[in-house]
Design a protein around this ligand. Structure first.
Ligand code: HEC
Length: 378
């Protein structure tokens, strides 16, 4: 752009002279290039049922570079349906903070804060506590939103002030502003997680007074460490660390409403498989982890054979890559024989590109396929 210095200060020009100044590029040129950088550096705050995010876009060479900070909040429910941990349930509030650069995968980390209320009909007292809890949780969220708005306003101003007229790269001042914003955002998120965790711990203590001092309970109220990724297509991959019990791997796909249904859970024990869901927190009814279809006779190898060759909702099937004859053990497919978690782990780990099946198969379907691989000549 034009960086021509006006020969004379523009304010001395008469009204007629002013239009001449525009033609000569005085004032007008400088202003419009500044306006352009300002237009290109944008900061957007958005909020959905599950995600509060701030996305900053900065002009960068020919295009723009973007950077997005997120806070995610879900009600998480998981149940192990087969394997050594069959029956194990995990329920709670899942809080994550995330960072995403240029539309790549979002790196997330946070905690799963276990729920309190045990199964059974809630008494009216506990229903009361629950609604108090919900109200306080909403308050925390509203306070978070207000602070995030304020931080975003500061960032927006700093980006505008740091814009270099005509510059098509982020200026040093803009980069610093963005870095400072990220630090503040992460700090605020850490506070939010701590406040939520304290709130949930309080709620635990008041709804289960007799268990308040239990060691296990204290540990559980701190929550479990969670980390993972969410890719641009919404495939979510989480690792939940259960301390001494090991870790579970949760993979699934985020649907149009922001929730995950019928995700696949593997672990903590080897061979343990189950399902999980993540719903917007505060959604009225916590759906129980989807129960595995009642299958009195165990996994169906016949159904597994059908699935091996055609997976609903996917153009790729196991046969596409492992050939239609699993008995030939192409690419070690028989490692999945009677071992659903080996298949789930290969999908979760994107072995050989198997990640494309992420979220396409339920735990029961994986068990069926594993059964078929156990008798591949069926
Ligand atoms: C996009 C192609 C592709 C699809 C679809 C696919 N696989 Fe694979 N799979 C591979 C490749 C390639 C490997 C070998 C990867 C390696 O060894 O690193 C593999 C490895 C495996 C393994 C061995 C994992 C291990 O621990 O070494 C199993 C079991 C398996 N696949 C089962 C399946 C089943 C069951 C399906 C269908 C539900 C399936 N695969 C779909 C390409 C695919």
């Amino acid at each position: 752009m034009r960086n021509r210095k006006p020969a004379r200060p523009c304010f001395q020009w008469s009204a007629i002279g002013l239009s001449a100044a525009m033609l000569l590029g005085c004032g007008g040129g400088g202003d419009s290039s500044l306006a352009q950088s300002e237009q290109l550096a944008t900061v957007q705050v958005s909020e959905t049922a599950t995600i509060l995010s701030v996305k900053a876009e900065l002009p960068d060479g020919a295009g723009t570079s973007s950077s997005e900070m997120q806070s995610r909040l879900y009600t998480f429910a998981a149940k192990v349906s087969a394997g050594p941990d069959a029956g194990l349930e995990l329920r709670g509030t899942l809080v994550l903070k995330g960072d995403r650069e240029d539309d790549g995968a979002t790196e997330v980390e946070g905690r799963l804060l276990p729920d309190v209320v045990e199964a059974g009909t809630p008494s009216s007292a506990s229903a009361d506590l629950k609604s108090q809890f919900e109200a306080k949780r909403r308050e925390l969220k509203v306070a978070l939103r207000a602070d995030v708005d304020a931080l975003s306003t500061t960032l927006r101003r700093a980006l505008a002030e740091g814009a270099v007229p005509g510059g098509d790269e982020p200026s040093t001042a803009q980069k610093e502003a963005l870095a400072a914003f990220k630090v503040s955002f992460m700090q605020r998120m850490t506070e939010y997680h701590a406040a939520l965790s304290a709130l949930i711990a309080d709620f635990r203590a008041s709804s289960q007074p007799n268990m308040g001092s239990d060691d296990d309970d204290d540990k559980a109220s701190e929550g479990y460490e969670v980390e993972g990724t969410v890719d641009a297509q919404g495939a979510m991959n989480l690792t939940v660390r259960l301390g001494d019990k090991g870790k579970v791997l949760a993979t699934g796909t985020i649907g149009a409403d922001g929730s995950v249904q019928n995700g696949i859970l593997t672990g903590p024990g080897s061979g343990s498989v189950g399902t999980w869901s993540a719903m917007p927190a505060g959604a009225t009814a916590l759906p129980p982890a989807p129960a595995p279809a009642p299958a009195p006779v165990g996994p169906s190898a016949a159904n597994g054979k059908v699935l091996y060759n055609a997976i609903p909702g996917s153009t790729m099937s196991c046969a596409s890559c492992h050939t239609a004859v699993p008995a030939n053990n192409v690419a070690n497919v028989l490692k999945g024989a009677n071992n659903a978690s080996a298949i789930a782990a290969a999908i979760a780990g994107n072995k050989g590109g198997m990640g494309i099946l992420s979220g396409k198969l339920t735990a029961a379907q994986l068990a069926d396929i594993a059964a078929y691989l156990g008798q591949p000549n069926l």
